[in-house]
Write a protein that binds this ligand. Sequence first.
Ligand code: EPU
Length: 423
Amino acid sequence: MSSIVVTGGGRLEGKTVIQGSKNLAVPCLAASILFDDEVTFYNVPDISDVRGSLNMLRCLGAKTVQKGNTVTIDPKSIKSCSLCDESGVCGGGRSSILYCGPLLAKYGKCSCVSPGGCKIGKRPTDLHQMIFKAFGADSERKENEDNSNLSFCAEKWRGCVIELPIRSVGATESAVLSAVLAEGRTDIYGYAKEPEIVHLCEFLCTAGADISFDEAADRITVNGVKKLNSCCFRLSPDRIVAGTYMIYCCICGGNVRLIDAPACELGAVIDVLKKAGAVITQHDGCIDIAMNKRPVSVGVVETDYYPGFPTDMQSLLLALESISEGSSIVVENIFESRFETANLLKKMGAGIEIEGNTAYINGTVKLTNRDLAAPDLRGGAAVLGAMMAADGKATLSCTEVIDRGYEDIAGDLKKLGFAGLED
Ligand code: EPU
């Protein structure tokens, strides 16, 4: 179990480069199964979720080479279509479900450990399963002692019409990944509009896929192609990591420059932080953010599908509102149990009450550091942010959950001028 000792206090002053996007790396690595030959990705974050994806590809038999932030996958040696190994190497993350579409399209079968609940909600896979069936898969769910495996096979893999009842990011990715090599045309209605979907499609089109977006019709159309061509692709920067460091600057005060930060994908976050009193400018791929007073409460914020305020920034917003002047309300509309962080912030003295999917926050001038355990990836980053501005010294444990998505959060915080971290 890893931990960080945090001594709160001090303004941020500095600059750092934003890592490549986790939520783009995950589907792109799954997409590499669709290729006949090598595919290379640049700017891949060296995080445990990516290492988990590489483990899954190796479980299938693919060759993977990771040199710094460059990753090459050679899928020619894939021999297995099963991600159900006994050691658990392949079943740890939710992303195993994203491998099913490509495996079914290319090899006609697949199995994985059902990626079940985690601390932010139930996270079912019913939409993914509905999609595989629409393309032609038969499914079989085997209950075993400690997990339930999902197995599918398909004799034919044909384009279809998919109507998503929820704008699910993962289900949209599954539909696109399934459609690229399918016979004929696929129409995906009610798709998720997150930037990672657009970038995934850009990558696939670079390799020869035929994908188009019709925003007015709320539809992605994919015309199946026979094969994808070997290619190289650079992953875009991680908007949630950029948003995290912007919130840290608002919580601690200071002046920060984020280099290679996707300002155009952070509109809703920038609007909220401006309300809190931050001065934010953007130029040449950088975001400059300055906060020179105590933040003020931002009123009512509801998480929503893109381009709304992202659920992945909700815990971080709670941390900011906990020390802001005035009262605010944060409503979580995407995941049903993403308020675990509120309980930890309350232990630090935050005035938060949770009713259903709504948090009512009364800002406190100072929080007090307490020994706490990071609850989940973004919740861990949020508690760390709150600890950076709180009185006293304490330990944040279970920080390996933060490493799932942040390449080197301690190193970045040093570059941003925060001196209060010890291993
Ligand atoms: N849902 C279903 N059935 C399904 C799939 C989803 O009911 O088959 C529901 C979920 O339970 C949830 C809603 O649909 O209530 C949206 O979930 P979505 O499928 O969009 O989430 P995801 O694809 O599993 C991705 C990100 C998450 C991010 C969400 C929402 C990746 C690898 N993960 O998850 O990222 O919170 O979209 O934007 O892209 C994170 O980075 O911390 C993280 C959790």
